[in-house]
Design a protein around this ligand. Structure first.
Ligand code: NAP
Ligand code: HSE
Length: 429
């Protein structure tokens, strides 16, 4: 074999240590597959004194990531630091220095992916990012390569492990949101600022990356309609189950009549749908292509070794291309499918209200729905002669703008104490 390929690692936290563990544990197998030995040359961290879970020669450590990206002896850079600043500039500098880059950083890709891909294509170096979406699940490469023959029609995913864990525990144990979130944080699933998970931003970054790739349109984070799970109550989950649904935080990207819907929000899905069986911290991505039909990718969407597995697979690819060549680099998305505003999307809706339990109340609410062209599929009342009682509706398919108008009217009715929740029902994902 020729001389080893030298890797510069930016970050040695959860993912970085997974990468190092895998490179150590499977060194020979990886070298055989890559066609070259791989050595870690430099490792940038913030704190030199911090305890590391992986064995590491301290002489490799530096607190200056710029030193790593400009080191002429570093052939390939792996960025697993996180955040935008300075990660974006470091990736750009490495690429500019002719070094292929592998990153698991969804935020930097969702915010600056097209410009970084343009730079990499101009410089003729690889920029790989399998670990950025759904941890260990291969989804970027299937979209880039294995499904290249298809026109992708829809992607529907559970791509945030923390929220899936929280919703699973709320469903199984009836536990309140705040209590399960504390548990998820203690187990190390949630981001340092759990708002990124529970408000849906993490899933929004990921679906922006997938949608840009699958629909060849630059989807910005601001294009993604985003609702988190903080308003979901154990009662909603219970009522949904009685109606035959499970609740999930879905990330959806779908082409419809020449426009693109890209959204993240909690949704009820039929209990028999394969995505309903995806529980705990697991992720799954459902893809529909015009030739291949429906596919589902399932596995661990986060964690040190699963994400490390995706990063090292990219590394093997990059080493092969460095050693043996390979034409064609991923171009930034060029098409311009317009994004459909959320008000124009069509869905079914679960609506839960607190109302006065009196004859005629249902008729008043049904009239408000009817005046806004909202057709009701089912209704259940919970409680009797209490004040107030829960009234739960599921609508037929309706445009979001109509349901919003209907609910504005319903919330003004004196018999309605509160519109408790509105959750989309995705009957056909
Ligand atoms: P992490 O545990 O917080 O590790 C970040 C690492 O980067 C740490 O080693 C830290 O140094 C180092 N670092 C941060 N800023 C630095 C700076 N300015 N200069 C030098 N070193 C710096 O994060 P992580 O969970 O591994 O995540 C890394 C990336 O992978 C993120 O983009 C994340 O979104 C993505 N990702 C994570 C997962 C997951 O399961 N965790 C899954 C998929 C993708 P110290 O160790 O000294 O603090
Ligand atoms: N906090 C993220 C999740 C980590 O829960 O899925 C992986 O991106």
């Amino acid at each position: 074999m020729e001389k080893p390929v030298q890797v510069g690692l930016l970050g040695c936290g959860t993912v970085g240590s997974g990468v190092l563990s895998i490179l150590q544990a499977n060194a020979e197998r990886i070298a055989a597959r890559a066609g070259a030995l791989i050595e870690v040359r430099r490792v940038a961290v913030r704190d030199l004194k911090k305890y590391r879970t992986v064995s590491l020669d301290e002489a490799l450590l530096t607190t200056d990531p710029w030193e790593v990206v400009s080191d002429p002896s570093v052939d390939i850079v792996i960025e697993v630091m996180g955040g935008v600043d300075p990660a974006r500039d470091l990736i750009a500098a490495a690429v500019d220095n002719g070094k292929p880059v592998i990153t698991a950083n969804k935020e930097v890709l969702a915010k600056h992916g097209p410009e970084l891909l343009s730079l990499a294509a101009r410089r003729g170096v690889d920029l790989f990012f399998e670990g950025s979406v759904a941890g260990g699940i291969p989804i970027i490469k299937p979209l880039r390569e294995s499904l290249a023959a298809n026109r992708v029609q829809a992607i529907v995913g559970i791509i945030n492990g923390t929220t899936n864990y929280v919703l699973t525990r709320m469903s199984r144990e009836g536990m309140p949101f705040a209590e399960v979130l504390r548990e998820a944080q203690a187990l190390g699933y949630a981001e340092a600022d759990p708002a990124s998970d529970v408000e849906g931003y993490d899933a929004a970054f990921k679906i922006a990356i997938l949608a840009s790739l699958a629909f060849e349109t630059p989807v910005r984070v601001e294009d993604v309609y985003c609702e988190g799970i903080t308003r979901i109550t154990p009662e909603d989950i219970r009522y949904g189950r009685e109606l035959g649904y499970e609740i999930k935080l879905l990330a959806i990207a779908r082409e419809h009549e020449g426009r693109l819907e890209v959204r993240v929000h909690p949704a009820f899905i039929p209990a028999a749908h394969p995505l309903a069986a995806v529980t705990d911290v697991f992720n799954a991505i459902f893809v529909r292509g015009d030739a291949v039909g429906e596919l589902m990718f399932y596995g661990r969407g986060a964690g040190s070794l699963p994400t490390g597995s995706a990063v090292v697979a990219d590394l093997v690819d990059a080493v092969r291309r460095l050693r043996f060549g390979g034409n064609g680099r991923l171009q930034p998305p060029a098409a311009q499918l317009p994004i459909k505003p959320i008000e124009e999307t069509v869905s079914r809706y679960y609506v839960s209200l607190k109302v006065v339990d009196r004859p005629g109340v249902l008729a008043k609410i049904a009239a408000a729905f009817g005046e806004n062209d909202v057709s009701i599929d089912s209704v259940i009342q919970k409680g009797r002669l209490e004040d107030p009682v829960d009234l739960v509706f599921v609508t037929h398919e309706v445009q979001e703008a109509n349901i919003r108008r209907a609910l504005a009217q319903i919330s003004r009715l004196p018999v309605v104490r509160q519109v408790s929740n509105v959750i989309r029902v995705e009957a056909e994902v």
